[in-house]
Design a protein. Structure first.
Length: 213
């Protein structure tokens, strides 16, 4: 029997409990639902046998661990602690459901953003996430370049090899998407970690011009 319980309005957002989950509706009727940011079959198509990092015990994108699921980000993850995990990496900001949905829709329409998450199904919460962004180039015969960003694992799930799993998955995904190379920025103390996946320090110096936090 399907039960829908209306709770209350928060500004332009309505909240409901539906099949045991908390859902948020925008004033335009948009549901924060299970629609994935990108096609989940892309993760199933990865050639995990070409992975260069060992896992003990063995885990993979299809089998990330007991009660864990690795999948594309979906808009309903706004209510599953997605920003709580991101805030363990950097300043995430006080983002509303409407802001999140607009950004999610933009990324999905662009088709070059691959945000993956690991969900702990026992509590229905996101415990890890990482992002692959595809840049389109004129160089190298109009090639594509991948960039790994925002790799973070919740404090509650450290030691479960999830960081290794996220990086391995996005590295293989970039190869599957035919990027000519993949890059990332990291702190000096994390260089050895990323070298396990085949990453090497370049001669280039990372520079930035920050306009706001």
């Amino acid at each position: 029997m399907e039960v829908v319980v209306f709770i209350h309005h928060l500004g332009m957002i309505s909240l409901e409990i539906h099949r045991g989950f908390l859902w948020a509706y925008r004033d335009c009727g948009m549901l924060l639902d299970e629609t994935p940011l990108f096609e989940p079959s892309l993760l199933q198509e990865l050639d995990w046998s070409s992975n260069t990092v060992s896992f003990s015990p063995p885990i993979s994108p299809c089998s990330p661990g007991k009660d864990l699921v690795l999948r594309p980000l979906c808009s309903a993850d706004f209510n599953r602690g997605f920003f709580k995990v991101l805030s363990q990496l950097t300043q995430a900001g006080d983002v509303t459901a409407e802001q999140f949905t607009k950004k999610f829709e933009h990324m999905k329409q662009a088709g070059d953003y691959y945000v993956i998450v690991v969900e702990d199904t026992t509590v229905g919460q996101i415990v890890a996430t990482a992002t692959l962004i595809i840049e389109h180039k004129f160089i190298h015969c109009c090639a594509k370049r991948g960039r790994v960003e925002e790799v973070v694992v919740s404090d509650s799930c450290r030691g479960k090899q999830l960081g290794k799993l996220l990086v391995s998955t996005l590295t293989l995904l970039s190869k599957h998407l035919k990027c000519y190379k993949i890059t990332l920025e990291c702190a000096p103390n994390n260089v050895a970690f990323y070298q396990k996946f085949g990453y090497a320090a370049s001669d280039e110096t990372y520079m930035q011009c920050r306009f706001f936090d």
